[in-house]
Design a binder for this molecule. Sequence first.
Ligand SMILES: [Mg+2]
Length: 223
Amino acid sequence: MMKCVGRREIVVFLDYDGTLSEIVSNPTEAFMTGQMRAALEAVSNKFPTAILSGRSLRKIYEFVNLTNIYYSGNHGNTVISPRKGNKIDMYDTTGDRARRTFEADAGMVDKIVKSEVKKYPDFRVMLGHEVLEVRPNNDLNKGTALELIMGKMGFTSSNRAVPLFIGDDRTDEDGFRAIKRSGSRLAIVVSTVPKETEAIYSLRNPTEVMQFLWRLVEWKTMK
Ligand SMILES: [Mg+2]
């Protein structure tokens, strides 16, 4: 898998929910395990690292709380660089995404949310992993965030750096497409079942993601 990297730098991009943390019924409690935090810290000390999340920047920063990495929130609509929350691009309109467990009929919830959001042309609904997401109706996504962050890190040419992205959800496919566009093959989907994806590799769950992150650190140390 790492043969294609050569002497280039790997830039690590990671989704949060379902990738670094387990999917939980209460989204405000989607914490990383202590072991995952240790793995992420080790990775961020060895590689330029960024988190790409659909959540608001505030919330994702609260969860991860590492100062040496980039963060993108709201599906590529907001990005902050590592230097003390220095804002480099801002389009924060969505606030927190609504993720709740409904006892009610999912079909009915879907219908109500869609008909409500229709009243606001600046927003659209997207179906995710057990979640309906209301997001800005623009072309920004995790793929554009990945490209923006590569640029901000100074990696404008693909002969210096190779992006790697791990994600589990529909919105992560934009990230996988950006990986492909860059010429990298390091797109990894997290899924217990085979599914249609732009990713080339797969891991089954956050525990396997954690093991992979440690292997990445080991690989870099041996190099
Ligand atoms: Mg996810």
